[in-house]
Design a protein around this ligand. Sequence first.
Ligand code: GDD
Ligand code: MN
Length: 357
Amino acid sequence: MDLSIIIPSYNEKDNIRPIVRRIHEAMASLRDVLYEIWFVDDSSDETLEVLAELAATDERVHVHHRNGERGLASAVVQGFKLAQGRYFIVMDADLQHPPELLPAMYERLKQGTDIVIPSRFVEGGSDGGLGPFRKLVSWTARVIGQIALHRLRRISDCTSGFFGLQRDVVAGAELDPIGWKILIEVLVKGHYRTVHEIAYSFLARDAGESKMSMHEQWNYFRHLVRLVSQSPSDRRFFLFCIIGASGVIVNEVVLSILLYGFHMKDTMASILASLVAMLSNYIWNDQITWRSQGAGRKWNVKLPIFVAISLVGILITTLVMHTCERIGLIVPIGQAVGILVSTVWSYVMNNRVTWRE
Ligand code: GDD
Ligand code: MN
């Protein structure tokens, strides 16, 4: 078997026949390619009857029905277990993912690319199938995912439900997704080197309705937290942020002690408090964040570098704040953007220089 097309379905009775027909039409351009279509179905309406009828007459169509179970991502994982192909392509049942893209995806996989992702967000692609609110939610979800997980960073459409992969990418991986976003699970836990994105237009639905819900957004968040906690390098960035935030508390406490306990002048107290906070951040980061790294180098090398990076960070915060102010944002918002940029700067530099392996 060359290709397995895996389709999660939940109450899609009017979409099943059209999608199978369009898959066959699209695949007709690829001669001699053996392919199968796996529906992993959790439906509670007549979808299952439609699927059973099709499977009885079309030898390429297979159905796995799960009783009482729900979940898009876990359905796809089930599909990976059932599929026989060398290559897998996952797509939705509702034709928002155009089957006409299958041959191009297949060719790319055959050339050896490990993961192929049709993308709404590369040049030539479009996200026309979503309303403005869903677009905003989807954008936010992507950005949060890309901040949290470094393996998503270079992928423009990492939350897509449409992608192809070599069977080997997930063969030994322990996939354990929560909710919908099977692709982020594959990108974080899969074994791969090359990812290619192809532009496409995400179309509006003709029949049935979206099953996206607030509950799925919450599941996405839980899924991200789980993936971060399972991935050492991503966990590191979070520890760095938490320690950075704890530094603010240290800073304020020391400041209060110096001001009210020692009656120190405010400028002096402020500078000293910042230095103590910086030292505290250094110690925590050395003992926790980069515990397993930077061994063999002494504190008298690491600490000055850490301080230099932090001072440049302060400079960056101020510069960004001023830039934001110039384009019309208020100072506290500009400062927040500045803090974000300088946090990323300090993290990357400390990772590459201070505690480099
Ligand atoms: N087996 C199973 N179980 N399938 C499900 C379930 C479930 O619990 N929930 C949804 N599905 C199926 C739907 O039948 C459809 O084929 C597909 O998963 C996507 O569901 P939609 O309800 O159409 O989602 P959407 O269009 O709002 O969002 C989709 O497209 C986006 C862009 O690619 C999803 O795939 C998103 O994850 C994706 O970002
Ligand atoms: Mn859809």
